[in-house]
Design a protein around this ligand. Structure first.
Ligand code: SF4
Length: 507
């Protein structure tokens, strides 16, 4: 019979721990502590402390920063969990030199340091630059929608919220009258207590909505239209994602193509990104203090969410070499012609009716013969519909009204006009010279497609790294400023990983 060594859980063991020896060279925590101790200027935190002449000494911001960044690098953003780690985890004990700050200290440090975090993000970016991790050849811009610390159930326009409040008030009224009725009968104390609690909760909710409506105006979206407000975090927005509708923020990042370093990061409480291209590019250029010459050399790529006339005008005015896809980009790409999801939307085409292709047309001879073999007359030689030029032909009423094929040809066989066909001649001159058309031609060229193809491999893995590898899948704070600080912390951690992996590996 096999024999095993004895073991016993009912015992204690004292282990001597040298904190220094826990932070091993070559590890991420070693790079992190080296970065904070030797490369970052933490005097930016000094103004927060006014205890020179009295009061208890504060925790060193270097210690707090090390703990917070180490926790974020493991996908932990909860201050309570970070406090717990500092008490129970040897590595956190070592990195924090066994400081064990209270979770409120950690929470205040993160939520009250938005400006300092912004400056630290830049300092880390400068280290990336000094280490040669930023190629400055192509920046890819995109956004990552993450849920925040607010429920979408508390969203709505002021009109929606007023309705919701009225509904709650009615429910309270109903419950009170039910309660009075129940008083006449003998109900157990437990049931009465539960009903009272429920009623108080609804009253509180109604009060909360009332207060919100009194203190806030209806929220306006980018286009000036009224959008849904949120009672818990009015800076956040209800947005559609591939995983359903969430209440949250869009973390926008401009990413350099060389080592996928994030050169600009900002969180926005809106789902639409079409107005965010200009601020992202401007901030990315400012963050890296680029010369005007360099700004014109860097290529910018962004997906169709950033494509609009205003952005293209900005790019054109500033002579920025940008490659911005439009919604029809994939449908025009011959490489995607077999992809069902990129096929042009032809739902509106009358499938059982004759199309232009069924008519025999000679633009040179200015002639057209219909499917019934009848000649049609030239109605317009060079007309214009929108930005498209057309040659237009029309059938003769005598032919169409008696035609056997009219059910397949006319939109409505009973119509009192003959069939018309518009033959495309091309785009109008102003459209040809338009910025949207120019961008289409630029991105459809072989070079354009080649440069744009790098966008996906540049920016998408960054979001994958933050969400999946690091494991941060949501914002835990409320309010644009605090959420922005959290997004910059996430981006900073991503960049510290790049420094650790590509610059100091094995340091
Ligand atoms: S309806 Fe008129 S245009 Fe159409 S096939 Fe008949 S004759 Fe030709």
């Amino acid at each position: 019979m096999a024999r095993f060594k004895d073991y016993n859980y009912d015992q204690t063991k004292m282990i001597p721990i040298s904190f220094d020896r826990q932070i091993l060279p070559g590890t991420f925590e070693h790079s992190l502590t080296y970065l904070i101790e030797n490369e970052l200027d933490l005097s930016i935190f000094s103004a927060r402390y006014q205890n020179d002449d009295g009061g208890a000494p504060a925790y060193d911001p270097a210690i707090l920063l090390k703990i917070v960044l180490l926790a974020y690098s493991r996908g932990i953003t909860s201050s309570r969990k970070i406090e717990q780690l500092c008490r129970e985890n040897i590595l956190f004990m070592a990195v924090s030199a066994d400081s064990q700050p209270h979770f409120t200290t950690l929470a205040d440090f993160i939520s009250g340091s938005a400006d300092e975090i912004s400056k630290l993000f830049l300092q880390v970016l400068m280290v990336c630059d000094a280490e040669g991790l930023i190629g400055k050849e192509m920046f890819a811009i995109d956004g990552c929608k993450l849920p925040s610390n607010a429920s979408k159930e508390w969203s709505g326009t002021h009109a929606d919220l007023k309705k919701k409040k009225a509904k709650i008030d009615r429910a309270v009224k109903r419950m009170l009258s039910k309660h009075r009725e129940a008083d006449k009968h003998d109900l157990s104390d437990d049931i009465i207590k539960r009903q009272k609690l429920q009623c108080d909760k609804l009253k509180q909710t109604s009060k909360k909505i009332k207060q919100f409506l009194a203190e806030n105006e209806d929220r306006k979206g980018v286009s000036g239209k009224t959008v849904q407000s949120n009672i818990t975090d009015n800076d956040s927005a209800k947005m559609k994602t591939s995983h359903g509708v969430i209440q949250g923020y869009t973390g926008v990042a401009a990413v350099d193509s060389k080592h996928q370093v994030i050169v600009q990061a900002e969180a926005h409480g809106q789902g639409q990104e079409h107005n965010l291209l200009q601020p992202s590019i401007d901030d990315a250029f400012t963050n890296l203090s680029l010369s005007n010459k360099k700004k014109k050399q860097i290529k910018i790529t962004a997906d169709s969410g950033y494509h609009n006339q205003k952005s293209l005008e900005y790019l054109n005015a500033n002579k920025i070499d940008a490659y911005i896809a439009d919604t029809g980009f994939r449908a025009r790409d011959p490489h995607f012609k077999t992809y069902e999801r990129h096929k042009p939307n032809d739902r509106l085409k009358p499938k059982i009716k004759f199309t232009v292709d069924d008519f025999k047309v000679s633009i040179k001879n200015k002639s057209c013969t219909c499917p019934a073999g009848k000649a049609m007359w030239l109605k317009c030689l060079d007309g214009k519909i929108g930005n498209q030029r057309f040659m237009q032909f029309q059938g003769y009423e005598k032919d169409c009204f008696t035609c056997q094929l009219k059910s397949k040809c006319l939109r409505n066989p009973a119509q009192q006009s003959a069939r018309q066909v518009n033959i495309k001649l091309g785009m109008t001159a102003d459209k040809k010279e338009g910025l949207i058309e120019k961008m289409k031609q630029k991105i459809d060229s072989s070079l354009g497609r080649h440069i744009y193809s790098q966008r996906l491999g540049t920016v998408e893995p960054v979001f994958g790294n933050i969400n999946t590898n690091i494991g941060i899948k949501r914002f835990s704070l409320r309010g644009k400023q605090k959420v922005n600080a959290q997004w910059q912390l996430m981006s900073m951690i991503h960049n510290v990983f790049k420094i650790h992996r590509f610059a100091w590996n094995g340091a």
